[in-house]
Design a protein around this ligand. Structure first.
Ligand SMILES: O=P(O)(O)OC[C@@]1(O)O[C@H](CO)[C@@H](O)[C@@H]1O
Length: 448
């Protein structure tokens, strides 16, 4: 494929021709720095965090050499996902890392890092998560203690305030991104800007309320469960048992034949996954949603991306915290046991491709959901396409291909953005701040 073709990417309905695919080939640019500064720093951190043997250390050195001076090399040896990666290659093997799409190059880097540490190889390093030390430190840090304790005051909020608080916790939890923090350095991220650059939260909650209203109340008393962020029961402890929610919502078909089912596509573990789980509990327990499917990564990815092991660790952490956090953790365990909370780890979750290219089974999963909530920056890039979109391109146009209602909760940590008002773009540009990539700004976007 010629360079021009890589930039243009596959054609898309409704995509302006100037929305070129983001590469990393401009020295000093944000994407170039991710490949040339963040990834080498991460290799060093991984080396320091785990006492690897000489073979693993040599492999990490080779990877460092490849990403700094070499071209994109193939996966070596017999690996379980060779066929997958062959199908995901778009002619980038053998090219310079900088010349592949940024999304492709980053994803493949994480796969090669797992190869270097022997994560998939039979032997002593099989299944040893190179990012586990960082995730553990975060999960057992004081910030998580504070967040879990804060749940105790939650029931004092009005239902509308609860809806707002849950959404914002889940949104800003996305700042807990250990890969991004490597670039941010010891001082951490700059202070967040509270006003969102786009805020479709009212639409999100009205979609959720539609689901609830189509069934009976989660309390099983026949009263409507939703009514917007400011209506309904809303209390995480005030609803019915799991069985009550299931029977009430199960008979209805709120969205043209869809069942009351929400997919949440998780991003980071720890301080992001915890509020996601609290939100899920709220949907199941207080909003009458029948079933939630939580999508996680099948293997370590982008440092802190959540896997099944992280879901289990968060539930244990909640239970151990006691109080309201413990209650929520207990209900979520029950929901997992009864099948109302399903966890999926689809291979495509670690694919270097936009969701537009998702396989049929994943498409069906999202198509059968009344709402899919995409968390985080990488999911956003994959949802709308990792391109230099004109920022006023409507979110609905960029997600037109998606097989069902979809919402995005994201802090801005990369260059792509759509769905902004022209005035908002003007004001953000006038600020002179790196608002697209600093992790200080957030958005909630949705289309029904
Ligand atoms: O998906 P997340 O955790 O919100 O962010 C992933 C991320 O750290 O990686 C990319 C740059 O390397 C950006 O999309 C973003 O900064």
């Amino acid at each position: 494929m010629a360079d021009g073709d890589i930039r243009r990417g596959p054609g898309r309905l409704g995509v302006p021709s100037d929305a070129s695919v983001i590469l990393s080939d401009v020295p000093g640019s944000f994407t170039w720095k991710v490949l040339h500064e963040r990834h080498p720093a991460l290799i060093q951190k991984v080396r320091d965090a785990t006492p690897y043997d000489p073979d693993r250390l040599r492999a990490l050195d080779l990877l460092l050499g490849e990403i700094t001076e070499g071209v994109i090399g193939p996966l070596r040896g017999a690996t379980h996902d060779r066929d997958l990666w062959e199908s995901w290659d778009r002619g980038h093997l053998g090219r310079r890392w900088d010349d592949a799409p940024f999304l492709w190059a980053e994803s493949y880097f994480y796969r090669k890092l797992l190869a270097a540490v022997g994560y998939f190889d039979p032997g002593p390093w099989w299944g040893v998560d190179p990012f586990e030390p960082f995730k553990q430190a975060e999960l057992f840090g004081g910030a998580v203690d504070d967040e879990l304790r804060a749940l105790d005051g939650f029931s004092a909020l009005s239902p509308g305030e609860q809806a707002q608080a849950l959404t914002l916790k889940a949104l800003w939890g996305n700042r807990a991104d250990l890969g991004f923090l490597i670039s941010a350095g010891g001082s951490g991220l700059d202070v967040r800007v509270p006003g969102l650059v786009a805020d479709d939260s009212a639409l999100v909650w009205s979609m959720i309320d539609d689901l609830s209203a189509a069934g009976a109340s989660p309390a099983g008393d026949g009263s409507p469960a939703g009514g917007g962020p400011a209506a309904g029961d809303g209390s995480p402890t005030g609803g019915a048992s799991a069985a009550g929610g299931r029977s009430s919502a199960g008979g209805a078909s709120p969205a043209g034949g869809r069942s009351s089912r929400v997919c949440l596509v998780a991003d980071n573990a720890g301080n992001e996954l915890l509020p996601d789980l609290v939100l899920i509990d709220h949907l199941l327990h207080a909003r009458g949603v029948e079933e939630v499917v939580l999508h996680v990564k099948p293997s370590p990815y982008y440092v802190s991306d959540a896997m099944m092991a992280d879901v289990v660790a968060c539930l244990r952490r909640m239970s151990a915290a006691g109080g309201r956090a413990g209650e929520i953790g207990g209900r979520l365990r029950e929901a997992m046991g009864s099948g109302r909370l399903l966890v999926r780890a689809h291979a495509f979750a670690c694919a270097p491709l936009p969701y537009e290219e998702m396989p049929g089974d994943l498409r069906e999963d999202f198509a059968s959901a009344s709402l899919t909530i995409m968390k985080g920056d990488l999911n956003y890039r994959r949802l709308v396409g990792d391109r230099y979109w004109p920022p006023t391109t409507p979110f609905a146009v960029a997600t037109e291909y998606f097989p069902g209602p979809v919402a995005a909760l994201r802090t801005l940590k990369s260059e792509v953005v759509v769905g902004l008002e022209a005035g908002t773009v003007t004001a953000l540009e006038a600020s002179g701040k790196p608002w697209r990539v600093s992790g200080t700004h957030g958005l909630i976007q949705a289309r029904s």
